[in-house]
Design a protein around this ligand. Structure first.
Ligand code: DAK
Length: 276
């Protein structure tokens, strides 16, 4: 692969979009390689994914404007479908995906982060949907996912004005869950870079997820995702069915059994690694 790196550490897989010279902009090849990487994730061992961009400056600076500029209508539709298919694959991926946003997350970059379950970012992160300034609408689900995450009013303001927002504002409106700062010593020297601190925090969160009962985590993701698409009466039924399905797992028996036996040691050993 030219533009995607994939690394597995224990139960955590990290996908890095590696096109730093173009600020990790998404061209067709990046999308194809990302799609193939997701297909190749070994779900028997990997319990949580991290998605990030290479370097310190940019997560993903959007879809590749150079490639898009010459597209015909049919090619534009094909490009849009390619992006939407892989974004949807991320969103519905059986295990959680954490976007570790280092720097720019603009246009398609903001949109791909919103296809992930959780976003954490570095202090220098910048989010935005600048498409209307380029004469297009957000095309990789931005109008839909942004409105669902931060509410219609804030999404409309961001999209209509094409204004980029910094990490603190993204945090304030609920677009990101956490901002991670570089570590600095008393002399003011950076001891851990913003990117390294971000990846350490993303890994800590991913490992925390990977330690939980995997079927219950997957079922929770499905319940939230599917439930948000329907009304509350139907959503509760979705939750009931997924809740019920947990009672056929060894994790549920071991997890509750260990609690009742007050066996914390056993709980740690048994629950996380059964029934993946
Ligand atoms: N595409 C291609 N190349 C990009 C790029 C992008 N989105 N963003 C940056 N680059 C490239 C620059 O061209 C430059 O390349 P060289 O000139 O060195 O060869 C290199 O990355 C470094 O960029 P800058 O020199 O511009 O770096 P600065 O620090 O000065 O500025 C910046 C950083 C992020 C503010 C600036 O690069 C910028 O404004 N980039 C564009 C951001 C943007 O507008 N992103 C949204 C793109 S629109 C669709 C579905 C979805 C979409 C479209 C269609 N369909 C359904 C059909 C999605 C659209 C978008 O994402």
């Amino acid at each position: 692969m030219d533009f995607i790196l994939y690394e597995v550490n224990g139960a955590v897989g990290t996908i890095t979009i590696n096109r730093e010279k173009a600020l990790n902009a998404l061209n067709s090849q990046v999308l194809d390689e990302l799609n193939a990487t997701l297909d190749a994730v070994d779900l028997n061992t990997v319990r949580c994914l991290i998605l990030t961009g290479a370097g310190e400056k940019s997560f993903v600076a959007g879809a590749d404007i150079g490639e898009m500029s010459t597209l015909t209508k049919a090619e534009g539709e094909a490009f849009g479908k390619k992006g939407n298919d892989v974004f949807r694959k991320l969103e519905t991926f059986p295990i959680p995906v954490i976007a570790a946003v280092n720097g720019f997350a603009l246009g398609g970059g903001c949109e791909i982060s919103m296809s992930c379950d959780i976003r954490i970012c570095s202090e220098n992160a910048m989010f935005g949907q600048p498409e209307v300034g380029l004469g297009i609408t957000p095309g990789f689900g931005g109008t839909q996912r942004l409105a669902r995450l931060v509410g219609a009013g804030m999404a409309k303001q961001m999209i209509y004005t094409a204004r980029n927002i910094k990490a603190d504002e993204a945090y304030r409106i609920g677009l990101v869950n956490q901002i991670v700062k570089a570590e600095v010593n008393e002399a003011g020297e950076v001891t851990v870079s913003a990117k390294d601190a971000l990846m350490a925090a993303a890994n800590k969160m991913a490992e925390g997820i990977a330690k939980q009962a995997p079927i219950a985590v997957r079922a929770s993701k499905k319940a939230i995702n599917d439930g948000l698409q329907v009304n509350m009466d139907e959503a509760i039924v979705i939750e009931e069915k997924l809740f019920g399905s947990c009672f056929e797992t060894e994790d549920q028996k071991a997890g509750m059994g260990n609690f009742l036996e007050k066996d914390k040691e056993k709980k740690l050993k048994v629950v996380p690694f059964k029934n993946c």
